[in-house]
Structures are given as structure tokens and as C-alpha cells.
Write a protein that binds this ligand. Structure first.
Ligand SMILES: Nc1ncnc2c1ncn2[C@@H]1O[C@H](COP(=O)(O)OP(=O)(O)OP(=O)(O)O)[C@@H](O)[C@H]1O
Length: 283
């Protein structure tokens, strides 16, 4: 295992006209990690990821992806990266199988197209022309095309947008299998549940900088002093926010009897922590 991180970004900056889209962003992704990049619309996630993919230039800052500056990368580097863009493919007349086989030809050590089609849940669509796929099925095909070359590092841009809940869960299993095979994964998502289930660490981006880079558990723990205890007393709903919910419940039980009416103990979710980090008002 190499000691250089898979992705290392320091003080990254990118401006479009007067808009400072990325404003001194730092990020490190270790080999074998799944990192979710979270942030409101316009926070600078796509710009950052596209710079890491070598698809956009930067104004300044240090960027190393698999040990190489993406601004100066060659074809060999590109073959080690898997990029899953939204609606990347435009070959509507080809079938799923034809398209995956076609993409496999570009790589020295591709995955087996049939196994891959099954792994992304498209086995029964292998002979379907891609223009006849549903939105969620197209996304799964995008993913298949992004990983057919057995990339060491996979970029997934909002990969499960448009998936039904079952498809989303089987997609998460697929991403975990990729990681278990040794891949590093950087994904952007607006689904906090996705980040919570999948990510080893979450990078929360606001106004072009990373404001938190932590495990989902550590992020939740940062709000451990904001547990809501709700109950009903004298026919009216009551609520306190506390760091010691057990003590509150004990006090209520001794005062109101063993079964406190309407008792609820609500621990902060990842979404609560996220919203307090980015500000509840999204643009
Ligand atoms: N090519 C461009 N030209 C001008 N401004 C741009 C360009 N691309 C992005 N921007 C602006 O830069 C800012 C950051 O955009 P970016 O797409 O990186 O955000 P994002 O976090 O990916 O948002 P979303 O969640 O909506 O995808 C936004 O204010 C956006 O309008």
C-alpha cells in the first residue's frame, strides 16, 4: 500500500468571472476509502470534482490524484480513473451489452461485460437499446461504463438520482463491492442517507471550502448535546433539548409515572448536523 493519499488537494481555487466557485479547498482521500462530498447547490462540488478528473483547469492550489497532477495527466493515468457522469453516453441505438462491450475495448484489463451488466442489475436489459431504458436504468448503465476499466479511483456524480429505494440499496452494495475490490471512491450526493450508509468519511462543502471532513458517526456525535426529548404533560406537548436525555427521562418518569405520555427521544441525524453546517437556508 502506497503512503501517498489517493487524492490530495490543498488550497484549491477556481473563479468564474466574479464568482469564486472554489475558495481555498482542502481535501484528502486515502486509498480504499469511500468519501461523500456533500453541499448545497452551487457550493463548488462539481467544479472541484471536475478539476480532480482533469476535465477543468484550476486557478491555483496543489492537486494530486493517484500521485499525478490531473492538469498534466496522460492516457495511462486516465485509464486508472473511472468517471461516472450524468447521462455520459449518447449512443442511443446500441444495446446495453453492445455499449458495455464497446467501452471495455478501451482498457487493458477490463471487467467481464456480462458479469458487470449483472452486477449493476441490468441483466434482463442486456439486449435493450439504451434509448429505451428508464432514468434509473440509464444511471446504472453510466456506472457500468465508468467502472468497466477496473479503475483504481472512481468518481460518482450524484449516482443514485432517480433510483427507486430498492435500486439505491443494491447500488450501495455494488459500490461497497468496488471498495472491497480495492477501489477508492469519491461521490457527490444530495442524499444524506446515502452518505450515512455508504461513506467512510463525508466532506461537507460550503462556499467553495470544506467545512467538515469526518466520519458520519463523528459528525452525528458533534451534535450529541442536541438531543430532543418530547412528551405530553397536562394535555400539552412539551420539549427540551439536552445533552443528557437519560437524566431527563428519569426525572419525567419519577414525576409523571413509569409510562411518560407521548415520550420521544430524538437524536440528531446526519441531516440535522449537515443543515447546521451549511446553514438551513439553501439557495
Ligand atoms: N462554467 C461555469 N461558468 C460560470 N459559472 C460557473 C460555471 N460552472 C459553475 N459555475 C458557478 O460556480 C458555482 C459552483 O458551481 P458547481 O457546479 O461547482 O456547484 P455544485 O456544488 O456542484 O452545485 P450542484 O449541487 O448544484 O451540482 C456556482 O455558483 C455556479 O453557478
Amino acid at each position: 500500500m502506497t503512503t501517498t493519499p489517493a487524492v490530495h488537494v490543498r488550497d484549491l481555487r477556481k473563479r468564474y468571472g466574479t464568482k469564486q466557485a472554489v475558495d481555498g479547498l482542502d481535501l484528502t482521500v486515502e486509498h480504499g476509502e469511500i468519501v461523500a462530498v456533500l453541499g448545497p447547490n452551487g457550493a463548488g462540488k462539481t467544479t472541484t470534482v471536475e478539476i480532480l478528473e482533469g476535465h477543468r483547469t484550476r486557478d491555483s492550489g496543489e492537486v494530486s490524484v493517484l500521485g499525478t497532477d490531473p492538469g498534466r495527466a496522460d492516457r495511462t493515468w486516465r485509464s486508472r480513473i473511472g468517471v461516472v457522469l450524468q447521462d455520459a453516453h449518447d449512443q442511443a441505438e446500441l444495446t446495453v451489452r453492445e455499449l458495455v462491450r464497446h467501452f471495455a475495448l478501451y482498457y487493458p484489463r477490463p471487467r467481464d461485460p456480462e458479469e458487470l451488466i449483472t452486477a449493476v442489475g441490468l441483466a434482463d436489459k442486456a439486449r435493450t437499446r439504451t434509448r429505451h431504458l428508464s432514468g434509473g436504468q440509464r444511471r446504472r448503465l453510466d456506472v457500468a461504463l465508468g467502472i468497466v476499466g477496473r479503475p483504481e479511483l472512481v468518481f460518482l456524480d450524484e449516482p443514485t438520482t432517480g433510483f427507486d429505494p430498492q435500486a439505491r440499496r443494491s447500488f450501495w452494495d455494488l459500490v461497497r463491492r468496488l471498495r472491497d475490490d480495492g477501489a477508492t471512491i469519491l461521490l457527490t450526493t444530495h442524499y444524506l442517507e446515502e452518505a450515512d450508509n455508504l461513506a467512510d468519511r463525508c466532506a461537507v462543502v460550503r462556499d467553495g471550502t470544506v467545512v467538515a471532513l469526518e466520519t458520519p458517526a463523528a459528525l452525528r456525535a458533534s451534535a450529541a448535546d442536541r438531543v430532543q426529548v418530547r412528551w405530553t404533560e397536562d394535555g400539552a406537548p412539551r420539549e427540551v433539548v439536552t445533552a443528557t436525555p437519560t437524566a431527563v427521562v428519569q426525572e419525567l418518569a419519577s414525576r409523571l409515572g413509569a409510562e411518560v405520555p407521548g415520550l420521544q427521544v430524538l437524536r440528531p441525524t446526519l441531516e440535522d448536523v449537515y443543515l447546521s453546517l451549511v446553514g438551513a437556508q439553501e439557495p
